[in-house]
Design a protein around this ligand. Sequence first.
Ligand SMILES: C[S@@+](CC[C@H](N)C(=O)[O-])C[C@H]1O[C@@H](n2cnc3c(N)ncnc32)[C@H](O)[C@@H]1O
Length: 240
Amino acid sequence: MSWVAQPTTGSYFTVFHNAINNDTSFRMFKLQGAFLRPVGVTEAAAVPQMMKTIGTLDIEPYKINDSMAHPVERMYGLGTDTIRFIETTCIMSREFGDMTGKSICEMGSNYGGLALCMLTRWPNITSYSLVDYPIIQDFAFHYLTKHGVNTNNISLGEPDEPFDYFIAEYSLTEQRPMEAMIDMWKSYEPLIKTGGIIRCNIPERDREMLFINTVRESFEVSVIEEAIIRRPNKVLILKR
Ligand SMILES: C[S@@+](CC[C@H](N)C(=O)[O-])C[C@H]1O[C@@H](n2cnc3c(N)ncnc32)[C@H](O)[C@@H]1O
């Protein structure tokens, strides 16, 4: 399944609206076509490489992310997206260390799955901003609350104040046209104090290079090229 989202439809938002208001819809939201078409799902073929990055980390605590709402497919007892989210926590840990006491802004935070995994690993992240469409932000808050997260440090929407780390997984780089993507990046860039991760999904090579070079105007960027089975195959690590 492609990571490049299809145009957002009303029914995409309806999935989140229903899942806030109805327990059955909540349990099933990750399986809905209207959710999967724009959001996608991590391919099972990518999992072995992710498990290498995850290494010896105990994955048991992260099963919480698939405990109430069913994922499309489980491997190692986890949804494949949850495995990717754990991998992200491992990349953050390896590149930047402990997130305790740090502030994070996640653009395209969707239902809050990565946020739940980050907060499972580092419950004392000082602030975590969820940025998505309003109904999806509201749903993510609901999702985190239902999973017992202390939401005192959660905020919804783009922060006004600078934050330590920026994360965008297949979200910033799906903006079209290209000018809108660059404009959006430029609105976040001055607020990022230390660095972050962008999972990049720009299919066209020239546009991908334009984006990476724009980010390089203000950050050192390392590009992790991934196995060809994984599409798209770039993780960008940003450091001031
Ligand atoms: C392909 S999904 C990825 C979701 C999640 N980051 C993940 O990795 O599973 C893209 C996400 O970005 C959000 N998104 C796309 N464009 C956006 C925009 N302009 N403002 C806010 N959210 C946006 C979508 O609603 C969706 O949650």
